[in-house]
Design a protein around this ligand. Structure first.
Ligand code: NI
Length: 227
């Protein structure tokens, strides 16, 4: 299931990020690809270990940490430090599937990619093409969200970025290892969470039914989550 997380970044956050990204040097995007993805990928990327990626990545991770909707949907255990990419002049990323395990070179950080996330950083009206097509979930021409919005989707799906035929498309992407590995369990917890919050808004947090259902949520999380 795909989930759209609106307004991960506000206008101020987007402006701060764009200032960092516009001043940075970009390199060929194939630095980070596995062999299959490298064949399909034509874009530019910020150097993974550069200061610009680190600074911009911190802004995004801070924002995600303050997003209850992201936390409810992803139940994140670990997030791979965000990457930044740019497509222009017909560049695209053909059909591929993201690697299951990512290791960060020179560190002991490793992550299982349960969810992939794209945070859009350019206004969709400012470029042509560049839609994100996720097999079985979005139809061509694909998803183009307003700047500051994020899409979360299962890393197990084949996906692509359509060629950008005019303007340029800048985005950040990252992988999330969820505390709840199983997608069906994660979706069920999300639905229950939303239901409990809805009931709490109507009945109040102290209502006996709300207390009981909140307990069910946490007890399911206790059963299914790794921390
Ligand atoms: Ni991908």
């Amino acid at each position: 299931m795909i989930r759209i997380i609106p307004d991960v970044l506000d206008a101020d956050g987007i402006a701060r990020l764009r200032a960092i990204l516009d001043a940075a040097d970009w390199i060929d995007g194939n630095e980070t690809s596995g062999p299959q993805a490298a064949l399909a990928k034509r874009n530019q990327q910020l150097p993974e270990f550069g200061e610009a990626a680190a600074e911009a990545g911190r802004i995004i991770l801070d924002a995600l940490g303050r997003s209850p909707f992201f936390i409810a949907a992803a139940l994140p255990l670990k997030i791979y430090p965000p990457f930044f990419n740019r497509y222009a002049g017909g560049e695209n990323f053909g059909d591929h599937i993201d690697n299951a395990i990512r290791m960060r070179r020179g560190t002991d950080f490793r992550i299982r990619s349960d969810l992939s996330a794209t945070l859009f950083l350019t206004d969709p009206d400012s470029y042509e093409g560049g839609g994100l097509v996720i097999e079985g979930m979005t139809e061509p021409p694909g998803l183009k969200l307003p700047a500051g919005h994020m899409v979360l989707y299962p890393s197990s799906t084949v996906h692509r970025v359509e060629p950008v035929t005019a303007g340029s498309r800048v985005a950040s992407f990252m992988w999330v290892q969820s505390m709840v590995r199983d997608q069906a369990q994660r979706n069920l917890l999300f639905d229950l969470d939303m239901g409990v919050q809805g009931a709490a808004a109507t009945l109040g947090q102290g209502d006996a039914t709300v207390v009981r259902l909140t307990g069910v949520y946490h007890n399911l999380l206790r059963l299914w989550a790794d921390s």
